[in-house]
Ligand binder design. Structure first.
Ligand code: CMC
Length: 438
């Protein structure tokens, strides 16, 4: 069925202009599950009015078949499959296939897909010189933004966005090369020699190898950590029309180069209200320092005159619990147990913060619960990953969502360049006054 087909119209809304008494019929479109949407595409042409929705709190920007979220019930589905089932039974590569193609692969298709990803993990040698141009203390997200954007200068054979083969090659390259870029950014910052991917390891094992191996000894991958990493990647792989995904879609809507669009997504993800929250959680826990200071910080978070927010709490869509956070909480305990970390002061502090915030009237009333970033930072820290790398790992996972959504957008026959309008509240037309007469 073509996208935006009026056959999907569930009912309609009647809009009345109280000034003129004129009535307008607005179709209501029905999805397979979730709230219906009022189709306002003809609103301006018919009424001369725009809608006003800063932050897009009530706006559906596109049709999508990829990810579904029910924020009240704490449901997250990738192509219909619940996130907890995927986290428990699948692996990141299979989830990449699912998000991109819409169905779980056969064993043969999975093998072919994994082979393709594996054989695209190496970076063009010239790209390594880009890393060396950065200061050693550069934030790895800054490096990742720059290097992924620079990929657009390397792959001229995959930039016809209207060719599905080109799109597939560009998508494969991005999914495959992100861990190598992330690991190289890290190694550069600590002065370790750059390393090359190993094709005998799976995606997550290879990532840990590229991060932590050193040329002087054999690196043995810890299976519990590799499994935890894989699970974290699955949990972060897509999240429907969040800020970074919408950034990738809106950048791509102009027909822009896909690598450059993903670099824009990385920039958006970096912010502390989005993917940067996992780093911010750790920084916040370190600032709080001891359990007895938790009430003081909870008080600050509730103070309207204080800009401080409890990082890792709250979500635009989840208003009961974040299903990713539940899987992540379990994984955090598994990792700490495997590493023999019994009394981690930071984890104790996090648990105390979680306990107090969950019992607090302010957080209950505003439906602020721990989100995925609250726990992921604790796991990353236990694995020995530096705080500045946390959001980079989010990007390694989310790139699959970005490319799946970008491909869906390009294939959508109703797709148009993203071009919101505004409510102008500035000066009305006035005549220019030369500087000497002002
Ligand atoms: N601490 C204290 N108060 C908060 C918090 C918080 N973490 N989050 C929201 N509030 C309050 C906020 O002050 C507002 O109060 P009031 O109604 O009195 O003005 C109310 O709750 C609603 O907040 P909002 O900012 O209008 O809600 P939003 O949907 O625009 O923001 C959010 C969602 C995630 C940006 C916000 O909850 C936040 O800043 N959380 C901390 C950062 C964080 O953990 N982000 C990661 C999100 S999950 C990963 C991802 O999606 O990238």
């Amino acid at each position: 069925m073509p996208k935006g087909n009026p056959d999907k119209a569930a009912t309609s809304f009647t809009l009345t202009d109280n000034a003129s008494g004129e009535k307008y019929e607005l179709p209501v479109l029905k999805g397979t599950v979730g709230p219906n949407v009022i189709d306002v595409r003809k609103l301006y042409a018919e009424t001369g009015h725009f809608t006003f929705d800063p932050g897009y709190t009530s706006t559906g920007s596109c049709e999508s078949e990829i990810t579904f979220i029910d924020g009240d019930k704490g449901i997250l589905l990738y192509r219909g499959y619940p996130i907890d089932q995927l986290a428990e039974n699948s692996n990141f590569i299979e989830v990449c296939y699912l998000l991109i193609y819409g169905e779980l692969p056969s064993a043969k298709d999975l093998e072919t897909f994994e082979h393709r990803i594996t054989y695209h993990t190496m970076l063009h040698e010239q790209i390594n010189y880009f890393f060396r141009g950065f200061r050693r203390d550069s934030h790895p997200m800054a490096i990742m933004c720059g290097v992924v954007g620079a990929l657009s200068a390397f792959y001229h054979d995959s930039t016809d966005i209207n060719d599905p083969v080109h799109r597939f090659i560009a998508s494969t390259r991005m999914i495959a090369k992100m861990p190598t870029i992330a690991a190289t950014a890290y190694r550069y910052s600590v002065g370790l020699p750059f390393t090359y991917p190993r094709n005998d390891l799976n995606f997550s094992e290879n990532f840990l190898y590229m991060m932590f191996s050193n040329p002087c000894e054999e690196y043995v991958v810890n299976p519990v950590l590799a499994r935890a990493m894989d699970r974290i990647l699955i949990l972060h792989a897509d999240h429907e029309q969040n800020a970074s995904t919408s950034t990738v879609r809106i950048s791509g809507s102009s027909g822009a180069n896909p690598f450059a669009c993903v670099a824009a997504g990385i920039a958006s993800l970096w912010g502390p209200a989005h993917g940067g929250a996992n780093e911010a959680v750790l920084n916040m826990l370190e600032e709080i320092g001891t359990k007895d200071r938790v009430p003081e910080y909870v008080k600050k978070a509730k103070d309207k005159n204080d800009p401080f927010r409890l990082m890792g709490f709250g979500h635009r869509v989840y208003k009961n619990f974040d299903p990713r956070a539940q899987v992540m909480r379990k994984t955090a305990h598994e990792v700490l147990a495997d590493l023999g970390i019994k009394d981690d002061p930071l984890l104790d502090l996090a648990m105390e913060l979680e306990r107090i915030a969950l019992e607090d009237e302010y957080f209950i009333e505003k439906k602020l619960y721990p989100n995925v970033d609250f726990y992921s930072g604790i796991i990353f820290k236990a694995m020995g990953i530096p705080t500045s790398m946390f959001t980079v790992l989010f990007a390694v996972a989310r790139v699959v969502g970005w490319v799946a959504q970008w491909n869906e957008m390009i294939e959508d026959p109703t797709q148009k360049i993203g071009r919101p309008r505004q409510l102008y509240v500035g000066a009305t037309q006035r005549d220019f006054v030369p500087v000497g007469k002002r």
